[in-house]
Design a protein around this ligand. Structure first.
Ligand code: T5A
Length: 222
């Protein structure tokens, strides 16, 4: 990957719906803090006040229509550009400043989610996503943990949480099968950065695997 600056202390967690990213993020954060490191944990879309506003626009559920009453659809290209608009704010205002002062940054999702959801799920151009990544994001994580889980099992977990599904969670199974396949293709293409974890297992087992991978990464990148 040319033109992208990789920060060793920048870790992203990726996966489909209900894969357990939040659960793993908390375990990674606790492990780093126990080692005496400063940690910033954050999420996408979001991670700054403005990016959190963009998140609301992206995830509010009106079946893709404006919940304020108009019948204007949120178009796939708009979704892609809003994801990147939020990401630019996040990178410049939260992620890079924290990395530059020596903190670890753990992000619940980053650009791999755009490749998987907008590129795979929505079938938008992967080349356009790569162009946006190179031209406006310009950074990538040193380490990415991909929590892989079957679509049915992940959706069941997400449903059991009890919250109303958001706009993207309301997509059909085929969408999430394409998301999963794209994540796995990316992991196969970048095995040095993206480590796949079988997230179908019990939460403590998944978290222990994630913490062990982070520990060896940290030892190799002090
Ligand atoms: N998106 C995002 C894009 O389309 N493009 C982009 O570029 C980006 C950045 C963001 C949405 O935006 C999309 C992707 C998403 O649709 P989100 O806030 O990341 O949304 O939401 P979700 O991915 O929907 O996150 P979830 O909260 O559903 O999933 P998590 O965080 O992976 O799962 P978690 O940890 O909350 O766990 C879900 C439930 O399962 C239980 C937990 O206790 C919880 O109840 N659980 C387990 N149960 C059994 N065994 C385990 N191992 C478990 N791990 C967790």
């Amino acid at each position: 990957m040319t033109g992208l600056k990789a920060y060793p202390r920048f870790v992203s967690i990726e996966g489909g719906e209900g894969a357990g990213k939040t659960t793993v993020l908390n375990a990674l954060r606790a492990a780093l803090k126990a080692g005496g490191y400063d940690v910033v944990s954050t999420r996408e879309p979001g991670g700054t006040p403005l990016a959190e506003q963009i998140r609301l626009l992206l995830l509010r559920n009106g079946g893709g229509r404006d919940p304020e009453g108009s019948d204007e659809l949120l178009l796939p290209d708009t979704e892609l550009l809003l994801m990147f608009a939020a990401r630019v704010q996040h990178v410049r205002h939260t992620i890079v400043p924290a990395l530059e002062r020596g903190s670890w940054v753990i992000s619940d999702r980053f650009t791999d989610s755009s490749y998987a959801y907008q590129g795979g799920g929505r079938a938008l151009s992967q080349a356009l996503i790569a162009e946006l990544e190179q031209r406006v994001v310009r950074v990538r994580p040193g380490l990415t943990l991909l929590l892989d889980i079957g679509v049915d099992q992940g959706r069941l977990r997400a449903r059991n949480r009890g919250a109303e599904p958001d706009r993207i969670e309301s997509e059909a199974d085929g969408f999430f099968e394409r998301v999963r396949a794209t994540f796995l293709q990316r992991a196969a293409a970048e095995p040095g950065r993206i480590k796949v974890i079988d997230a179908s297992r019990a939460a403590d087992v998944v978290a222990a695997d994630a913490v062990a991978i982070l520990a060896s990464w940290r030892d190799a990148n002090p």
